[in-house]
Design a protein around this ligand. Sequence first.
Ligand code: NDP
Ligand code: 2IT
Length: 449
Amino acid sequence: MPVLDEKLTTIYDEVLRRNPGETEFHQAVHEVLDSLGPVVAKHPQYTDAAVINRLCEPERQIIFRVPWVDDKGKVQLNRGFRVEFNSALGPYKGGLRFHPSVYLGIVKFLGFEQIFKNSLTGMPIGGGKGGSDFDPKGRSDGEIMRFCQAFMTELYRHIGEYTDVPAGDIGVGGREIGYLFGQHKRITNRYESGVLTGKGLTWGGSQVRTEATGYGTVFFTHEILKARDESFDGRDVIVSGSGNVAIYAIEKVHQLGGRVVAASDSGGYVHDPSGIDLELLKDVKNGRRERISTYATESGATFVPTGKGSVWSVKADIALPCATQNELNGHDARTLIDNGVKIVAEGANMPCTPDAVRLFGESGVTFAPGKAANAGGVATSALEMQQNASRDSWSFEHTEQRLEKIMRGIHDRCLETSEEYGAPGNYTVGANIAGFIQVADAMLAQGVI
Ligand code: NDP
Ligand code: 2IT
């Protein structure tokens, strides 16, 4: 990883010391600090008031036991987390992840990223994240419901419209938000729509929230293309993953005239040179909840199992990693560069390793970091909160226009900030600095808390 300047090195060393073993959190912190050198040189008030040190320490971390009963009557045990990272700009806001890899270091990396992402949206939301090491794979609908109820039985005391507003992430979609909301309502005897986002459309959800992260990532990529007088027309695109973010990224690429030729899940990837058949993919993944290999069997596309090849070996102009952290390493980046990729935009959170990001920079590949490119999901969650607060609901068209405008705004702010701080066209520098300054100024104004 690149060397930080002296003041930032001291802060980073302290983060390492206080948070042993949390490698993903270290990585996320390093990536932000790496951009802040010119900011601390120009504005000593941020280091004088220990703003960066405070930003790296969550305001509150909650860890709890989640016991529940499986279909065989056996008691199962998981661990639940909610890290309320920063509330300078608004109530803590961020998703819940249910995946066996979840531990404190993952939740903290995601919560830390969320602070800057939420700041970039320009909406009044702080940063937080939560989840559990619960593995939903192979679990029945009844088991998912009982787990969600057990999880909310503790979480309810920590959340609220003005406190902390969770939503979905990996393993948490509309079904899980439904069970979580139901249990919150049952325990509190209050219909508090604003306590969760990603709700169903007939009970307080917003149009476009389901599509928002994928659509937003593609709108952001479209802005990059437009800035150089290009478009999606005739472009081949790789989208990794085949979950919520991936599916709606594919949909928007197709609507804008591009062609998605590959997608994946943890079991492998499919290569479909004529373009992914999205209706079939939605049916396999959302309807039947099956593996992407079933898509290949039914569509005639090629399926390559994990371990036998990588989705990043498919030739394309644009790559949108939409699965998980560190899914695209330096070796993958080299393959993409050799195959002529021009733009990489992160639909997932931190999917590219620091090596990969460095190689893209050195090779002239435009790289858009997740905290900017995937901010459309949480931005639309904030639009859902607005609708809940005013007991209103907007049309699909209106909400999508708002999302597109927000993504354009983030794009332009990243570019302008990158120029102001001497790194024109570097979206990582632009996103980190623009996101940071807004939160840091709010923290300074609110005193030492
Ligand atoms: P989903 O659970 O809907 O889909 C996740 C997809 O990624 C699945 O295809 C899954 O495959 C794959 N995946 C997950 N973990 C791994 C792994 N360890 N190795 C390989 N593949 C994996 O989640 P989302 O689409 O909601 O989230 C995807 C990414 O986008 C995450 O990084 C999330 O943090 C980020 N994000 C999500 C937002 C949202 O609104 N949902 C907003 C902003 C960012 P399999 O089914 O085989 O596990
Ligand atoms: O990573 C993310 O931005 C999300 N999972 C969405 C968070 C939200 O509150 O909508």
